[in-house]
Ligand binder design. Structure first.
Ligand SMILES: Cc1cc2nc3c(=O)[nH]c(=O)nc-3n(C[C@H](O)[C@H](O)[C@H](O)COP(=O)(O)OP(=O)(O)OC[C@H]3O[C@@H](n4cnc5c(N)ncnc54)[C@H](O)[C@@H]3O)c2cc1C
Length: 264
């Protein structure tokens, strides 16, 4: 039976996140959260593998306690077990310490043959986690996976999307896979699964119950990067429509505007 891990992240709705002009920090308070959409594609790929080849799916997330709702959403569409890593000392983590923490907590749950990740998160969007996790799990990695052909005899065969075509690759297990969204649409839960997920047990790890967790490698102390400031990009001046009623006067107005700007 395949032991499958799916990494899912709860993110703020980025369309609603604002920036504090004074501090340069993101204001997340009161902003609705959602499951990173690409992680739902990764989960769908994992569920298809489970359906075709057998296996069990463990979901894992690192985040605040409310990230539990993401786990429940994912349990309803095919996850079997769920793991939440949460605690103040994990706050302010960059990808280096996030990947360390996720792997240490995952090790508490056993060994995984396949690990699925989204290609990137919609908020942090570094796209670094999958490769860091693969390295830390000592796993092969298949990125941009378009379809999974076979999982057998300790190997996975998959088709990857390239810029101008596709290629079929084979890797030994354990293997981490990031998927292309266009072939793994997330599914809707049925009522029974939805209700079961509401009360399913969730294994919770904090800084106090992960074996061998090095406090110097989590949260801010374990982060190799610092973001001193976040600021919105400078937007170009908005365009102007010139519609005076005739082409001749439009052109006249355009020349006027360009002359005023010193462009002519
Ligand atoms: C210096 C620094 C400080 C930061 N401080 C904070 C902070 O205080 N609070 C905060 O919320 N964020 C913070 N972040 C962002 C946080 O580090 C990243 O969100 C996190 O490390 C994952 O990176 P990403 O979102 O770019 O993941 P990507 O590499 O873009 O994600 C790829 C995939 O990895 C998996 N994944 C990513 N994150 C998780 C997760 N947490 N749990 C499970 N699976 C996951 C998902 O499958 C996802 O699709 C900080 C980042 C930096 C650089």
């Amino acid at each position: 039976m395949l032991n499958i891990l799916v990494c899912v992240k709860q993110i703020p709705d980025i369309d609603l996140v604002k920036m504090d002009p004074e501090t340069g920090n993101l204001v997340r308070a009161g902003v609705p959260t959602l499951t990173n959409p690409l992680d739902l594609n990764a989960l769908e790929a994992a569920v298809q593998v489970k359906e075709r080849f057998g296996g069990e799916i463990t979901l894992i997330t690192m985040g605040p306690p409310m990230a539990e709702s993401t786990l429940r959403e994912c349990l309803a569409v095919g996850g079997d077990e769920a793991v939440l890593i949460t605690g103040r000392p994990f706050g302010g983590a960059d990808t280096l310490s996030t990947s360390y923490t996720i792997v240490k907590a995952a090790e508490m749950e056993g060994k995984f043959d396949l690990i699925f990740c989204g290609k990137e998160s919609q908020d942090g969007a570094t796209g670094q986690m999958a490769s860091q996790l693969a390295e830390r799990f000592d796993a092969a990695q298949i990125s941009c996976c378009f379809s999974i052909e076979d999982v057998a005899d300790g190997k996975i065969r998959a088709t990857r999307t390239l810029e101008h075509g596709r290629e079929i690759v084979e890797a030994t297990l354990p293997c981490l896979v990031t998927v292309e969204k266009d072939n793994f649409y997330g599914r809707l839960p049925n009522l029974e699964a939805y209700l079961a997920a509401k009360t399913a047990p969730i294994t919770t790890y904090t800084e106090n119950n992960i074996d061998g967790l090095d406090p110097a490698k989590i949260g801010v102390p374990g982060s190799g990067t610092i973001v001193p400031k976040i600021y919105p990009p400078e937007l170009p001046e908005p365009g102007q429509m010139i519609r005076t009623g005739s082409v001749k006067s439009d052109v006249g107005r355009l020349i006027e505007l360009l002359t005023d700007k010193g462009s002519l």
